[in-house]
Design a protein around this ligand. Sequence first.
Ligand code: NAP
Length: 243
Amino acid sequence: MGQLTDTTALITGASRGIGAATARLLAAEGAHVLVNYRDKAKRANAVVDAITGAGGSAAAVQADITAAADLDRLFAGIERLDVLVLNASGGLEKDVDPDYALRLNRDAQVDLAARALPLLPKGGRIVYVTSHQAHFAATEELAVYAPVARSKRAGEDALLAMLPEFTARGVDFVTVSGDMIEGTITATLLERAQPGTIAQRREAAGGLLTVEQFAQHVADAAVADLETGAVVLAGGPGAWARD
Ligand SMILES: NC(=O)c1ccc[n+]([C@@H]2O[C@H](COP(=O)([O-])OP(=O)(O)OC[C@H]3O[C@@H](n4cnc5c(N)ncnc54)[C@H](OP(=O)(O)O)[C@@H]3O)[C@@H](O)[C@H]2O)c1
């Protein structure tokens, strides 16, 4: 029996990358996984098919998390939630307005947590996924990522400010932060904007985690015995080491 049997987990931005890998891991622990995506239905359905093909349970749920009407529809379809993984993130996309990163990485995260809270039982958990650059506000290293890093740090701070509300309902809040992750679209975009970035991060961090390795930290954080408010540092300096 998995640790998440008879539970439901909603993972935002689970159509690809770290979110998709986390969805597979939580489903393998027995959770019914809600695979949220914004646009890429085909990819989200492929994640669901991989999970159900392996004997798990999952459903794809479309919602642009910055759109209140989408969140209304999403939450109208959820009766119970045990784990919320706040994974979806962005701001490096072309043609987005200057406020988009803050709307997505701060405001939408707070909106999601507030809507999820009444559904989460005592012992439920919210996991916020972030990057070391954002968590440590190390914005001087990667200029192109700085606005995203600032918005993600603002998101983390806004969620931490909700800690008393979470605690009042017996819901735990955990942050998982990672260095650059090998093989992600974000790493590719940053390398394109600032050539040499991946090699520089690899050297600085003493090796970078893969998507699967980082997702394992996120999935572990959904069930591990951690204090509320804990920050799991995955990979890089000060790592919460995993062999
Ligand atoms: N990549 C890294 O090097 C790295 C390092 C440390 C931490 N992280 C963190 O890990 C998390 C995932 O990163 P990733 O690189 O796997 O992301 P990614 O490949 O860019 O995937 C982003 C996901 O978020 C979804 N998404 C984007 N905007 C959305 C919106 N407005 N509403 C709903 N969904 C939205 C996308 O859905 P569609 O496909 O449908 O558009 C996609 O599923 C992020 O929190 C990131 O900060 C990443």
